[in-house]
Design a protein around this ligand. Structure first.
Ligand code: HSE
Length: 309
């Protein structure tokens, strides 16, 4: 096989209380890559579609090629590839855009190499791409994009990534206001030290959220979708943040918060109608502030990235 096409979905990182340690995958949208084997060992980006010319073609800077190069180096892969990237996710949106390109690329190169590595083993290569994209090798977008479902990063040193065995039908609403927030910027403003009482609240919510997802206790899920660490600081980027959370609850959503580092807001709901109503309500809110926005409603994607041909 000389050519592989792979898809990797958008992701919601943090899921309110799990800053850098929790994320889940959407069914769609997502990015696609086409990798073609080359005669030498060079890895290069041949074309990017859909980014408006904003992403780097430089293989040391593009997240797809960085992830492929990390894979190539670690496995001693003897061939190179050209990478064609179909960028469907908006940049700087908080929907795991840089992660999806990297996730699709590592899944594709692994398939092209005859699948020497497991999905879990691919995560560190995509994390290298995150380091290049925003200065931090967080895994809460790349891991769910590669593995699907809800993923917990129990630890980073050493890396311990756990795909959570959750059997609960949930719908995610994403409302993407047309404002750009760079992950690197929204990480810089975070406080380096947190108060003990906030750590206690946050730990309780993470444990509550995961327990609620396991036991299908929607009220517990709802009570646990709160962040006292990152969102209070980052909410300055999102006009009407508190009202948005309240509106989502009024529509019947289980909870809402900032998707990853924002500015996209996400809400989780138990059914599609509520998820759609929530999207419409939040879009109305942004329109009233003269901010255009897109709504996406999707189930949780259980499988993550996929090889398409
Ligand atoms: N956990 C990361 C952050 C996700 O919140 O900065 C970035 O999408």
């Amino acid at each position: 096989m000389d050519t592989i096409r792979a898809y990797a979905p958008a992701t919601v990182a943090n899921v309110c209380c799990g800053f850098d340690i929790l994320g889940f995958a959407m069914d769609s949208p997502g990015d696609e890559v086409v990798l073609r084997r080359t005669r030498n060992d060079e890895v290069f980006v041949s074309a990017i579609h859909g980014d408006g010319g904003l992403l780097p073609l430089d293989p040391t800077k593009n997240t797809a090629s960085v992830a492929v190069r990390a894979f190539q180096e670690a496995t001693g892969l003897r061939f190179g590839v050209s990478i064609e990237l179909y960028k469907n996710l908006p940049l700087g949106s908080g929907m795991g855009s840089s992660a999806a390109s990297a996730a699709a690329a590592v899944v594709a190169i692994n398939a092209l190499a005859g699948s020497p590595l497991s999905r879990h083993e691919l995560v560190p290569f995509a994390m290298e791409a995150e380091r290049v994209a925003c200065g931090s090798a967080h895994a809460d977008n790349v891991a769910p994009s590669i593995l699907g479902g809800f993923v917990l990063i129990r630890d980073y040193q050493p890396l311990d990534v756990i795909k959570l065995p959750i059997d609960l039908e949930l719908y995610c609403t994403l409302v993407h206001p047309h404002l750009e927030v760079k992950t690197s910027d929204s990480r810089k403003i975070l406080r380096p030290v947190i108060a003990l009482k906030d750590s206690i609240t946050q730990s309780g919510n993470v444990a509550g959220l995961i327990t609620g997802l396991f036991t299908k206790d929607l009220s517990l899920v709802s009570r646990s979708l709160k962040d006292v660490i990152a969102e209070p600081v980052r909410s300055v980027f999102i006009p009407g943040y508190d009202r948005i959370r309240q509106m989502a609850m009024e529509c019947g959503a289980l909870g809402a918060g900032i998707s990853g580092s924002g500015p996209t807001m996400f809400a989780l709901s138990a059914n599609r109608e509520v998820a759609q109503q929530t999207g419409a309500r939040l879009q109305q809110h942004f329109s009233s502030l003269d901010i255009h926005s897109d709504i996406l409603v999707s189930k949780i994607n259980p499988e993550g990235a996929e090889v398409r041909s």
